[in-house]
Design a protein around this ligand. Structure first.
Ligand SMILES: [Zn+2]
Length: 266
């Protein structure tokens, strides 16, 4: 369904960043020589993704997967399994280097290589999420100039909107609905405790309910290597159940919500 069913007053989109090893490769120059470090990312396409797809199927929810180009090259079968299940695949850079840390030439190269890699596996993405949501001053222009319909990176609203400076729909995000913010373990410092599902559920449900009360869109930013851990899948199950069983919430892909936003604002 591409338009909100009658009676819905807010929306929700389950988005998954299929980063695999690329987060570690982008952050740590020694990572390519550290197979155990990288194996944390390999868990995503290998174990996390099939489990996530199973839960989405069980709840009849179609989701959006943001995939770096290099992940599409390394794991074409994983991307194929996402597409076969009827989900959306969108652009998430080529490597996982954040645009804000790149020169303009490097950023253009990353954007176009990522796009080419997705097209190579049969995907024509209409949405873009920057690695780490970290735009440079040029990123929004690049997204618009490549004909993309939407971005899902900014934190300045809870309702989707069209950027005033560019013809790009924004589906706003926030750390509260990001599994990484709650579960990421900083192995270099050991200072950050891993949250319990109860803590994360409390934070996410409060935020999603608040967004619904404001007639906004709850954009969950999840990662198969994080939410797909065995002990956390029950939380995803519950978040999907809550959203999918609420007749006032339109649960849809990011592209569908972006298309609807554009229609409303035109
Ligand atoms: Zn990512």
């Amino acid at each position: 369904m591409t338009t909100p069913p009658p009676g819905t007053t807010s929306s929700a989109s389950f988005t998954f960043d299929l980063d695999a090893e690329e987060v570690w490769l982008a952050e740590d120059p020694t990572a390519s020589r550290r197979p155990v470090l990288l194996s944390q990312g390999a868990y995503g396409p290998r174990v996390g993704l099939p489990a996530v797809l199973g839960l989405l199927r069980a709840h009849g929810v179609r989701a959006t997967f943001f995939v770096p180009g290099r992940v599409a090259e390394t794991y074409p079968a994983a991307v194929e399994s996402v597409l076969e299940a009827g989900h959306e695949v969108a652009h998430h850079g080529h490597t996982h280097r954040a645009p804000a840390e790149l020169s303009l030439d490097e950023e253009v190269d990353e954007f176009e290589r990522g796009l080419a890699a997705l097209r190579h596996v049969g995907v024509v993405p209409t949405g873009y999420r920057a690695p780490s949501w970290d735009f440079s001053p040029h990123t929004l222009g690049l997204v618009a100039d490549h004909g993309f319909d939407y971005s899902s990176n900014f934190m300045d609203e809870v309702r989707p909107y069209v950027h005033p400076s560019r013809d790009v729909v924004e589906l706003p995000v926030h750390w509260t609905l990001d599994d990484a913010a709650h579960y990421w373990f900083a192995a270099d410092t050991w200072t950050k405790k891993i949250s319990t599902n109860g803590e994360v559920e409390q934070i996410m449900v409060a935020e999603a309910d608040g967004i619904a009360a404001m007639h906004g869109c709850a954009v969950y930013t999840l990662h198969p290597q994080i939410i797909g851990r065995p002990g956390r899948l029950p939380l995803l199950d519950e978040l999907l159940r809550r959203a999918a069983s609420d007749p006032s919430v339109w649960v849809a892909t990011a592209a569908e919500i972006a298309a609807h936003t554009r229609k409303q604002e035109s």
